[in-house]
Design a protein around this ligand. Structure first.
Ligand code: ATP
Ligand code: MG
Length: 212
């Protein structure tokens, strides 16, 4: 599951768990983007914070892990590169499923080497509230026809949670309790992230290893 995870929240976690259960996935690897290609550099929080919050959120689930492949690779984080790297690491016998929100999936035609991606992995397109699956068919058109067996829609319990809303809540001093794991909420409070005040951060940057 790729994402900015700025911050990770229960929408991501519920989706990952539902995907693992529905498709019998052995593990879900959360891959925080280094530099998201669709967002201007500097628009996202430093990678080390997003990585640590993702680790804090996923630690309790034995099926969840976090990878630094995108963070460690310089330049924009293209999914095609991520998938190639994961294939190289896990070997040809392993099948990869890329878990994504159906809204993100709509933009797949703008991703680098879009068509190549379907040869590298299956896609699990999770629907958020208010999303009609027919939109996916009309936007993807012939691609959806050709790769129908590689695209798997997944209905997830209605969770209208987004990182954008959480950042806004923190900035305006409103509660984010129950929208994300307590450990992530505490990390945000401790570091002063999203307050817009740029407080010094008491977390020492280190050379963390790859994965957890
Ligand atoms: P932002 O508001 O900053 O864009 P976000 O909440 O969309 O953040 P991302 O890190 O951009 O989070 O999302 C990573 C992936 O998780 C994307 O594929 C996105 O579509 C999906 N996703 C995000 N929130 C939800 C949710 N509430 N339910 C299901 N999928 C979600
Ligand atoms: Mg998003």
């Amino acid at each position: 599951m790729g994402g900015t995870f700025d911050p990770i929240h229960y929408g991501h976690l519920v989706t990952a768990e539902a995907a693992a259960e529905e498709f019998g996935l052995e593990q879900v690897i959360f891959v925080p983007a280094g530099q998201p290609p669709h967002k201007p550099p500097g628009a996202v929080t430093e990678a080390r914070h997003r990585y640590l919050m993702t680790v804090l959120a996923t630690v309790p689930n034995p099926r969840f892990t976090v990878s630094r492949v995108d963070i460690n690779r310089p330049g924009p984080s293209y999914t095609v590169d991520t998938l190639r790297e994961l294939h190289a690491r896990y070997g040809p016998g392993v099948e990869l499923y890329f878990i994504t929100g159906a809204d993100a999936m709509l933009q797949i035609l703008t991703w680098k080497d879009a068509e190549t991606l379907f040869g590298l992995c299956h896609f699990i397109a999770a629907t958020r509230p208010g999303f009609r699956l027919s939109r996916l068919e009309s936007v993807l058109g012939p691609l959806m026809e050709r790769y129908r067996d590689r695209i798997h829609p997944l209905q997830v319990p209605a969770l209208a949670i987004s990182s954008t809303d959480i950042r806004e809540r923190v900035r305006t001093g409103r509660s984010v309790r129950y929208l994300l794991p307590d450990a992530v909420m505490h990390y945000i409070q401790k570091t002063g992230l999203y307050t817009g005040q740029g407080r010094p951060v008491p977390v020492t940057p280190g050379r963390e290893g790859d994965g957890v």
